[in-house]
Design a protein around this ligand. Structure first.
Ligand code: NG1
Ligand code: ZN
Length: 548
């Protein structure tokens, strides 16, 4: 009827590019921006359907993160604020690749039937839209809007230029009946930051760096937002460089800094010793670094694994203060199950360190959706990829317990160590983005913990010493020829390759190496680790030859 003709008419305005097959990878669809209009239009339809199905608000974010400025991409935020549920990914692939409007319509009708989605009577679909600073973003956002409006009655609300985590945060906030604006986001972050700063231990702490933090904004949306947001933060002095005047992600940003281990554009010898941080193009990744003295652009990298370790240390300390003297049997004492989630890319030294701390460490395949899902199994689940994407998730049950315990402590022992520990944990759960990894909220938590500990970036970096590592990518005809198992640590296809890799690994002390097909690029990635840089390099290149 009417719905069908509206869909077919609007789909006709967005013919898919010929000879291109897209797939909803680790981070949604990504490609050269010129190829994406029809895909983004169709993702708009999908987000509206997801909203109809769940009776909640969903989101569409247009970004290609750390990729070059001519690329773009699109991903869907589920009602929880997390990534699109994995069961819908095959449908996303199918509609993105439907050759014409009538086959698209057919797929939608079948899927709606299977998922029992009704186009009438229920709450109308609502989708929040956001984009990063890429010049192609505006036209793509319009395509997404048209996709949404091709579902009759659906509403698309444009949140403007935002970071990826802001958009996800807003979707989550809306579905919890909270205000979903940028100012409410900044307000929540700055007030929980303030609360943590006020709960710092008393007395002057040694070792803290000069207060200024210098941030590389990757010439993207994160730098712009932070430059504005920093005015709302007291007790922290931030200088933002690469705020958007230069070329996005060119020689700047968290991905560049982490992979190349050099300082970004705009940083030099004069910055030696300063505490520096780098965001990626859509501000969902964060790494720290300091420029080495007299060594050109070499840096001391403080990556996602070390951010994770710092967070784990702090949380564990607050939990033990809270549990002090409580016997295990007591009913009202809740022993929080704290867990840490990493991928095979985590530096082996970090995993050892975390295990030595007595923490439960779980590995998942690469891709935030896997880490995030795993982290929800704990009361407090901390997950990070080495590249700086991660967050801390608090379970609903633990948050409830914490809130009521905090209330009791406030009335029975205000100012006690326990009450403060409970306040800190509550503030962390407010500060750290519960929807996805967020460079801005992560940065504030790092800063407040460093002040709490009285640590410089050097002291923090000394928590453990990274094993030298090397990452290579190999262009292959068909990356799907590589199939992995055990959280990507073992290659089960091509047959025999794992034995060959093992033979290479055996030549090195503490050697570790694995291969996997990238989910965002047409390559097979090789990661190697050993006790010296030369050994890690040699191991990586010999395994890369096996893949070739
Ligand atoms: P792929 O291309 O699947 O390796 C990369 C990152 C992921 C994740 C996604 C999404 C590495 C080795 N891989 O995925 O961790 O961040 O991009 O952006 O860094
Ligand atoms: Zn990103």
């Amino acid at each position: 009827e009417n719905q069908q003709s509206v869909l077919v008419e609007s789909a006709a305005r967005f013919p898919p590019p010929k000879g291109v097959k897209l797939s909803y990878g680790t981070a949604g669809f990504r490609a050269d921006a010129s190829l994406l209009e029809s895909t983004v239009f169709r993702v708009g339809i999908l987000a509206a359907l997801r909203s109809l199905k769940t009776g909640s608000v969903t989101g569409v974010m247009i970004t290609a993160s750390h990729n070059q400025v001519s690329d773009n991409g699109v991903k869907v935020a589920d009602p929880s604020g997390g990534m699109l549920t994995q069961d819908w990914e095959p449908f996303a692939d199918a509609i993105a690749n439907a050759p014409d409007p009538s086959s698209l319509l057919q797929l939608i009708i079948e899927f709606a039937k299977k998922e029992d989605i009704s186009f009438e009577g229920g709450r109308p679909a609502e989708v929040l839209l956001g984009r990063d600073t890429r010049p192609s973003g505006e036209a793509l956002l319009d395509a997404a809007k048209q996709g949404i409006s091709s579902i009759v009655g659906a509403i698309g609300t444009d949140m403007g230029v935002v970071t990826t985590p802001q958009l996800h945060w807003m979707v989550r906030a809306r579905n919890r009946g909270m205000e979903a604006s940028e100012s409410s986001y900044f307000h929540q972050l700055s007030s929980s930051f303030r609360c943590l700063m006020d709960l710092k231990p008393e007395g002057i702490r040694k070792n803290v760096d000069d207060n200024t933090l210098v941030v590389d904004g990757a010439d993207g949306v994160g730098g712009k937002k932070l430059d504005h947001f920093k005015k709302m933060l007291t007790g922290l002095c931030i200088e933002v460089r690469n705020r958007g005047d230069g070329m996005l992600n060119e020689g700047v940003g968290a991905d560049y800094v982490q992979k190349e281990k050099v300082s970004p554009r705009g940083f030099g010898p004069a910055d030696a010793g300063l505490r520096c941080a780098s965001l990626d193009g859509d501000a969902d990744r964060l790494v720290y670094f300091s420029v080495k003295l007299n060594e050109n652009d070499k840096i001391e990298l403080v990556d996602g694994d070390k951010i994770l370790s710092l967070f784990a240390l702090f949380i564990k300390e607050q939990l033990s203060i809270l549990n002090e003297g409580e016997s295990k049997k007591e009913n009202d004492s809740y022993r929080a199950h704290l867990g840490v989630v990493q991928t095979a890319y985590a530096n082996g030294a970090s995993t050892d360190y975390l295990k030595e701390m007595g923490l439960e460490v779980v590995l998942t395949p690469t891709g935030v959706k896997y880490l995030h899902e795993k982290a929800t199994e704990f009361d407090i689940g901390i997950y990070f990829e080495a590249n700086g994407h991660g967050t801390i998730l608090f379970s609903e049950a633990f948050r409830c317990w914490l809130e009521s315990t905090h209330k009791t402590l406030l009335s029975t022992s205000e100012g006690s160590a326990k009450q403060k520990a409970a306040s800190r944990l509550l503030a962390v759960s407010q500060l750290i983005n519960q929807a996805v990894g967020d460079a801005l909220s992560g940065l504030l938590l790092v800063e407040v913990i460093l002040q709490y500990m009285g640590w410089s970036i050097c002291r923090w970096n000394e928590l453990y010493h990274d094993l030298p590592s090397r990452q290579l990518k190999v262009k292959v005809v068909d990356r799907t020829a590589v199939v992995t198992a055990n959280a990507e640590t073992v290659a089960v296809r091509p047959i025999g390759i794992q034995e060959a890799i093992n033979a290479e690994i055996a030549k090195y002390t503490r050697g570790r190496c694995f291969i996997r097909p990238s989910g965002t690029e047409d390559v097979v990635r090789v990661y190697a680790e050993a006790t010296t840089q030369d050994a890690a390099d040699a191991l990586a290149s010999s395994v890369a030859e096996l893949v070739d």
